[in-house]
Design a protein around this ligand. Structure first.
Ligand SMILES: Nc1ncnc2c1ncn2[C@@H]1O[C@H](COP(=O)(O)OP(=O)(O)OP(=O)(O)O)[C@@H](O)[C@H]1O
Length: 274
């Protein structure tokens, strides 16, 4: 995903209000099709997100990963198929139980602390409950000493930590992350990954778009691999990697760069002089 419109926090207390559905996936994408500008961009996509799981969405640039994430989060409406929340309609309550963090954090032109307060206010939190959550979020992100600083002057890693704890402060049941560490160094990446793993350990379901093969191995549980708007592989990461059905996933397993169906190696790369 290249452009972030905004980060969308979930809602407070949704985890305590909802009882786990035993029979249905938390989110069930069925026969999803999406077109824009006269072009079919997603074809017959089926994805089941299990409650409490960590699902990776991978695939080449332009495969449709961000589109799928936006559709799952209800930011776009599909022309074909359905997206079910615990087997039922994706209504406003279901949407408020979700949060999304984008590759480029979009923060208010306010202080770090004001960004957190605002997100929690929108979700109806006031007074000491809000103050406690803000304090905890600042501590979790390691940003207490920067609480009064304008959010937009933070470093990229600090901004992304702020975005993530802001989303998590709203207690989402489902957290979408679109390449959250694409521009970060290893230390900042590790900080984001550990926040994601801690949230998942507390029961937050995670859906993560990544190009980072190492991150996929560190964080992944289930994998959805997209190519040209179609799911070409799906299942537990280890199982898919043990027996890949598609060339890009075979290349990933073997640590090769996959450059497309007509390009076998770097030496075949168009324009390369041998
Ligand atoms: N609203 C839209 N209107 C028209 N085309 C769109 C729209 N949104 C996305 N696309 C196109 O759909 C395709 C998939 O885009 P998407 O952003 O989902 O790719 P991606 O897999 O996330 O890629 P990357 O890894 O480069 O971020 C691209 O060709 C993109 O130009």
């Amino acid at each position: 995903m290249r452009d972030a419109a905004f980060d969308t926090p979930g809602t407070a207390s949704t985890m305590s209000r909802r009882s786990p559905a035993v029979h249905h996936p938390l989110l069930d994408v069925r026969s999803l099709g999406f077109s824009a500008g006269g072009e079919k961009l997603l074809h017959d996509v089926d994805v089941a997100i299990r409650r409490g799981s960590r699902t990776l969405i991978m695939g080449p640039n332009g495969a449709g990963k961000s589109l799928l994430l936006r559709l799952m989060h209800g930011l776009l409406q599909p022309q074909e198929g359905a997206i079910l929340w615990e087997g039922g309609r994706m209504d406003a309550t279901a949407r408020r139980a979700q949060a999304m963090v984008f590759q480029r954090p979009v923060l208010l032109r306010r202080s770090v602390i004001a960004n957190l307060k605002f997100a929690l206010s929108v979700r109806g939190l006031r007074g000491s409950e809000r103050a406690d959550k803000v304090k905890a979020a600042l501590e979790t992100a390691g940003l207490s000493h920067l609480a009064r600083r304008p959010a937009r002057v933070l470093s990229g890693g600090e901004q992304q930590r702020l975005s993530l704890v802001r989303a998590l402060a709203c207690d989402p049941e489902l957290l979408f992350l679109d390449e959250p560490t694409a521009n970060l160094d290893p230390a900042s990446t590790a900080a984001i990954e550990s926040l994601v793993l801690e949230a998942n350990a507390r029961g937050v379901t995670v859906v993560l778009v990544t190009h980072d093969a190492g991150q996929a191995k560190r964080l992944g549980e289930d994998l959805v691999f997209l190519q040209n708007g179609t799911v070409v592989e799906t299942g537990p990461v280890e199982k898919v990697l043990a027996n890949p059905r598609s060339e890009p996933v075979r290349a990933w397993r073997e640590g090769r760069l996959y450059l497309g169906p007509n390009t076998q190696s770097l030496n075949d790369y168009p324009g390369r002089k041998n």
